[in-house]
Design a protein around this ligand. Sequence first.
Ligand SMILES: Cc1cc2nc3c(=O)[nH]c(=O)nc-3n(C[C@H](O)[C@H](O)[C@H](O)COP(=O)(O)OP(=O)(O)OC[C@H]3O[C@@H](n4cnc5c(N)ncnc54)[C@H](O)[C@@H]3O)c2cc1C
Length: 495
Amino acid sequence: MIFKTDQADIQSFLEDTSVLQGGHTDGVYLPETYSDVSEVLARCYQNRTRVTLSGNGTGTTGGRIPFGGVTMAFHRLNKILDIQKFPDGSGRATVQAGALLFDVQRDVDSLGLLYTPDPTERYCFIGGTIANNSSGARTFKYGPTRPYVERLKLAFADGDVMDVHRGAIFADAQNMMDFTTPRGRRYRFQLPNYAMPNTSKHVAGFYAEPQMDLIDLFIGSEGTLAVILEADLKLLPKPEKMFSALVYFAQDDDVLRFVEEARARSRAGAGISARALEFFDARSLTFLRQKYPNIPAHAAGAIFFEQETTAQTEDAALNEWYALLEKHRALLEQSWIALTPDEQQQIRDFRHALPVLVNEWYARFKQRKISTDMATPHERFPELLSAYRNECEANGFDYILFGHIGDAHLHLNILPKNADEAARAKEVYRGFIKKTIELGGTISAEHGVGKLKAEYLAMMFGERGIREMARIKKTLDERLILNIGNLIPEKYLTD
Ligand SMILES: Cc1cc2nc3c(=O)[nH]c(=O)nc-3n(C[C@H](O)[C@H](O)[C@H](O)COP(=O)(O)OP(=O)(O)OC[C@H]3O[C@@H](n4cnc5c(N)ncnc54)[C@H](O)[C@@H]3O)c2cc1C
């Protein structure tokens, strides 16, 4: 196993896409076997050395950035161990934590299978996506990563390794979780009592549900409870056909009314059935013109959608979409309907280009990212959208709004021009967190809390909720070595 200590070699592990500064580590372990992981953890447990877990660094919240101790990175535990296809057309992939999502999706696709979780950034590790319960455009139809994880091989803070299978261990009627590792160590703790928000996406804090499955506690726990080594992933049959579209509108109101109807009809499951429904505001399109100069000058917004079909249903589905687009006055002449996989990839590349350009902007101007990841219950979403726009206009900010509108989840990115604006933007951001909580929403729908948003978690769950999480953390990681600073503010762990 390699242990890197040279500053030039470890510099990249002190970064992700959050532009969080000040990270430092004594060195980076690159384990090649599960025993390597166990040995490092056992030593760190013994010495109370903190261990920060690193995926591929595409996270946006500073989750993998270490502040002391050592780093453990999964780049050499990157094998796709097995892909099985079952007679009913579904399947299962067994992969190591450092396998690239891109590689997993490519390999399962070549076998006629589909792994549905699709964060816009596909050069992330499977371990990172499970630690964050990541989502993507297809989450609108299929949900986030969670339901597709059937087994996890975990290493606990003391180095003990255990397979946790979905459906094997549940909390009891009093919501006590009780399990024993193969080495005989027993863990027993009360699960949180807080209610989860009524949103279709949510990844802030530990998952909690009456009599929940143990595996769900680890998915989305951002590496604070155990290290993910390996996973069995549920695969669906690859759809026979699909089309996608990037459609422009001249009026903002038309875009929103179109979304409303497309969403409702997709949920009703008749004819129109989007698997992705994504939004770009006029400012996003202006931002994208640096790379895509053909975007119509008068476009006030755009929608990207995808629908799965078969040879029998394709024509009827296309006709229904055309009728809906005409009804809402889409700019059909300038829009882009993609019927082939190559064209569909080009539209996905367009979608991906926007957050990449935004991240580059923050890096270029050395600004801390001010990007919302909040979602609300669907019926309250217009209130949050108005708040985003009104506050940004009132403050004279440059900003762009885009993302997963089908899930009532947009990323508002404020682009401050100077330090004064950056300070005001942070205050305004805090106001949005408050507003989202008032609306019954979540402070993070998909990017997680990491280090950047830990201070807001108490606003959402209250002091009591945070202490419920801290109690679980202190049971499973009683020497407080795993991913300290992520999710739960440190003061709740040490007092
Ligand atoms: C352009 C762009 C677009 C994005 N789009 C989306 C999107 O659509 N949806 C979405 O959900 N996210 C999105 N993201 C965020 C990011 O891609 C995801 O959060 C991703 O899952 C992070 O994976 P990673 O391997 O890069 O993890 P890292 O950034 O390296 O780490 C993320 C967290 O996971 C923990 N971790 C990593 N590996 C393990 C492990 N083996 N065991 C336990 N904990 C571990 C780390 O400690 C850290 O807390 C986007 C990011 C970018 C840059």
